[in-house]
Each structure stands twice: as C-alpha cells, then as structure tokens.
Design a protein around this ligand. Structure first.
Ligand code: COA
Length: 331
C-alpha cells in the first residue's frame, strides 16, 4: 500500500418498504416457508415499488451517508456504483446519481462484478485515494434484483431482494488504519453457472428471448454453493494470514449474504464464532452488491459495534465468478 490509506468515514442505506415474505412466496411457487428458512436462512426480502429504478435507491443511500458526515454533494470527487441492475444499459447509474445528488464536481462510473461489486468498487476507490489523486469518493452497492427474478422459478426467486448501501471514503489520518489490504479473484469459467443470458449485445432482446424467459437470472445453485464456500473461506483466510492475523484478531466478519449455510461454513473455517459475524440475510436476503454495505450499516449504526482499532474483514463471492476480501482497521 502507498504512503496513505483510505478510510470509511460514513455509511448510509436504503431499503424499500415492501416486504416479500416466505409465506408470500408459498403462494407464488412450489415451495414452503420452512424449506426456504432451513436451506437459506432467509425469512423475507425487500422489493422496490414498480416505476422506480436502481438510482432511486442509490441516491437515498448516498444522501444518508453524506448527511451523517455533514459533507455536501459538491465536495464529492468520484462516484462508483457497484451494480448488475442499472436503471438502463447506459448512461451509467453513477451519472444518474451524480445529477440527482447535485454532485456537480464528481466524475463516476458503474462497476459490474456481481455480488463482489461493492468490495471491488471499494478497493478501486481506496487505490485512487492512496495514490493521492482523490480526496472524497462515494462508493455505492445497489441492486434491484426483483427486476431480473423469474417469480416462476423456485430455484432463484426465493434467494434475492432489493437494497442499497453507500460509504464515503477519505484519506485516513493514520496510515496504520483504514483499508489495509485486499485480495480479489475472477474465474470466468464459472460464468454459465450464474448468469442472465439475454439483453446484452450477444443476445439482444427479441420476442423469442422474452418468451423463453431469458431476461431472468439462471443459476445452478448447488454448484455455486460449493464454489462459494470454498473460495470465500480461502480468500478470507488468505488476507488474514498475509497480514499476520488470525480469526481471533477479528472484531467482526462482514460476509456477503447469499445463504446462512455459506456464511456459517466460512466463519467456521476461519475460526470465528457467530457473535462476531454480521448476519442480515434473514431480513434482506441476497441484495447482490448491496449486502456488504448493508452489513456495515447494521454493525455501525444499528448495533454500534465498531470501534477505533477494530479489525474487520469483508468477503464476497458472486457471478462471474468473482470473489475477494478486504481487510480494514477501523478509524
Ligand atoms: N423450494 C422447495 N424445493 C426447492 C426449492 C424451493 N424454493 N428450490 C430448489 N428446490 C429443490 C430442488 O429442485 C431439488 O429437488 P430435486 O432433488 O428433486 O431435484 C432440491 O430442492 C435440492 O436442491 P439443491 O439445489 O441440491 O439444494 P441446496 O441444498 O443446494 O439448496 C440453494 C439450494 C439454491 C438454496 C443453494 O444451493 C444455494 O444457496 N446456492 C448458492 C446460491 C447463491 O447464493 N448464489 C448467489 C451468488 S453467491
């Protein structure tokens, strides 16, 4: 890392009001509330109301984040939105957020890395700050997964929800604190196991693609599950080891919220007991790029559990495949 580090100064979130419970899903597909709860740990998820897009959530999460820090939108230099469900293919959601926030000096872009979108965006932004090039960056993870769910497919529609989180990154006053390290990976050979086949340049929308329901997420759940457990645990262990730490040293583990069984397996392999793991998959399900900032919000704001000097690890695994970990020492 360079002569300075970046730290997370503030956090904000947006969760739609509407709840879709397991009992609601029982009426939509051939499933039971009990099956969903025991196989995934999910009880309910939030659904954004029709007519609103990703930027609606992203802007609200960003506004709360800036208000908490008492920073005005004009002070923001860069906006990065981790997402796979932008309002539209282009302009980027970051541009819509820039306009709506009134962040008149900011440039920005979207970053597409599935469920790793937020941590990839966070480490990208941290590098910009470490290099001395930027002073204030908004990093947002936001996804409206309900818009790409097939509510006739019980394999996928039970797993995902909508939500957004935002953080403000600034240079850390002490370079032994802040974002200390990251390890990220991509393995494109897993692409077909979790994807959205149509709607891009290879298979533009046609009547046939719509009829075949190709604009929805398709997933080979059990194969993704095995890969996710193995790689998330490995990368989380590797970042600790590289920094001379063990699971014992961690104050909190903030894992991607895909499935409670994946979270438990990772924590167990890292030697971290459940009370040091942030879990909200029961309430929000998998919000893709939203999960990790939503976990951070729970830890910081809802539970007031983070203090200066604490070591935190964030880990994610997602479509691509993409996965990685970020190590922070809280300032
Ligand atoms: N209700 C009832 N039964 C269901 C169901 C549902 N909602 N979804 C799938 N099933 C059935 C399957 O059809 C299968 O039936 P079969 O044996 O007759 O074919 C059976 O349950 C077992 O399926 P399997 O896929 O082996 O179950 P699983 O233990 O792997 O759990 C997931 C399924 C999807 C919950 C799990 O694989 C998972 O969470 N995978 C990771 C998904 C993920 O998080 N992806 C996002 C990126 S990280």
């Amino acid at each position: 890392m360079g002569s300075r580090t970046a730290y997370i100064r503030s956090v904000g979130r947006f969760l739609p009001e509407k709840r879709l419970t397991n009992e609601d899903l029982e009426k939509m597909v051939d499933t039971t509330s009990e099956w969903i709860l025991t196989r995934t740990g999910i009880r309910e998820r939030r659904i954004l109301e029709p007519g609103l897009g990703n930027s609606y959530m992203a802007v609200r999460a960003a506004r709360e984040c800036l208000e908490r820090a008492q920073v005005s939108p004009e002070e923001i230099e860069v906006i990065i939105v981790g997402t796979i469900t932008p309002d539209m293919p282009f302009p980027a959601t970051a541009c819509l957020v820039q306009k709506e926030l009134g962040a008149s000096r900011a440039w920005g872009f979207d970053l597409s890395a599935g469920c790793s979108g937020f941590i990839f965006a966070l480490s990208t932004a941290a590098q910009m700050i470490e290099s001395g090039g930027q002073e204030k960056i908004l990093v947002i993870g936001s996804d409206v997964m309900s818009r790409i769910m097939d509510y006739q497919d019980r394999n996928t529609c039970i797993l995902f929800g909508d939500g957004a989180g935002a953080v403000l990154l600034e240079p850390c006053p002490d370079k032994d604190h802040g974002i200390l390290d990251y390890i990220h990976h991509t393995d494109g050979s897993g692409g077909d196991l979790l994807c959205l086949k149509a709607g891009g340049s290879l298979r533009p929308p046609t009547l046939e693609s719509v009829r075949n329901r190709e604009h929805y997420v398709r997933q080979q759940g059990s194969q993704v599950f095995k890969y996710a457990v193995k790689e998330m645990a490995q990368v989380s262990g590797a970042i600790l080891e590289r920094n001379g730490l063990t699971g014992e040293d961690l104050a909190l583990f903030l894992p991607h919220q895909a499935n409670l069984r994946i979270i438990d397996a990772c924590a167990q392999r890292m030697g971290i007991d459940r009370d040091r793991v942030i879990i909200n998959v029961d309430r929000y399900a998998n919000t893709t790029a939203g999960t990790i900032p939503l976990c951070l919000y729970d830890a910081l704001v809802e539970q007031n559990r983070v203090k200066k000097g604490d070591y935190l690890v964030m880990s994610a695994f997602g479509a691509g495949f993409t996965w990685g970990s970020v190590l922070l020492r809280w300032w």
